[in-house]
Write a protein that binds this ligand. Sequence first.
Ligand SMILES: NC(=O)c1ccc[n+]([C@@H]2O[C@H](COP(=O)([O-])OP(=O)(O)OC[C@H]3O[C@@H](n4cnc5c(N)ncnc54)[C@H](O)[C@@H]3O)[C@@H](O)[C@H]2O)c1
Length: 247
Amino acid sequence: MKDRVVVVTGAAGGIGLGIAQRFARDGYPTAMLDVQEDLLEQEAEGLRSGGAKVLARKVDVSDRAKVDEAYADIRRELGPIAIVVPNAGIAPMVPFVDMSIAQWHQVLDINLTGVFHTIQAGVRDMLDAQWGRVVTISSHAGQSGGMHMSHYSASKGGVISLTKGLARELAAHGTTVNTVAPSVCETPQMHRAMDAGLFPLEAILPMIPIPRAGQPDDIAAACAFLASDDASYITGQVLGVNGGMYI
Ligand SMILES: NC(=O)c1ccc[n+]([C@@H]2O[C@H](COP(=O)([O-])OP(=O)(O)OC[C@H]3O[C@@H](n4cnc5c(N)ncnc54)[C@H](O)[C@@H]3O)[C@@H](O)[C@H]2O)c1
């Protein structure tokens, strides 16, 4: 079971790094993809030195040719792809009236089309094996909307719907497709928003019934469960890992 190859995007930091660390330490051959090459290699090397089997590739998930190239390397060096966690995403904030067409496209290209690319490039391996797991990372914003994040909210709503639609297509092929929806999780992205004064954590914490920000390990634990054989009868679901912020 632990020879199942996992692909995690956005794996150089934050939630994606937490997910990649979890799978790698659990013994899965793990491919880490990200645009931040140096940081990615540093994190991958840290895992390798602990005995994990890890491949790192610089990939922009919105570039299908680069995704396909990386997947060819993964198949050659680790084996066929069994588990995909398309996590890479950006979360810029801008009022809708000021949003440029370029800003709209950038968010949709990375957060939604990037998820399409990273799943589709690996799905034939799952069909061949008649076993697979896709765990997308959506967001509270895709469930109830995010202020000054209409493009982000649309992209994450799209991820939830993509997850549900694909779950129906792959269900008869031993492959489940679910999404984990965080609300507030402590990552470099969250700290960037706080530093820019866009994310007043003190004002937000009282809205979380379990009174703390989530940690990447919280999200990783849900991904590990959904990727396991224990979750073989769960598909098309949105699992909120959010301290009860969205119920
Ligand atoms: N942090 C939160 O509170 C929160 C809440 C809800 C959903 N999410 C979602 O979780 C995911 C991870 O968020 P995070 O907070 O860890 O963000 P982060 O910015 O801390 O990390 C994201 C990682 O993705 C990488 N990345 C960005 N664009 C990429 C691209 N085009 N191709 C490949 N890699 C790319 C970055 O280099 C970075 O390493 C995102 O999809 C985000 O929308 C986060």
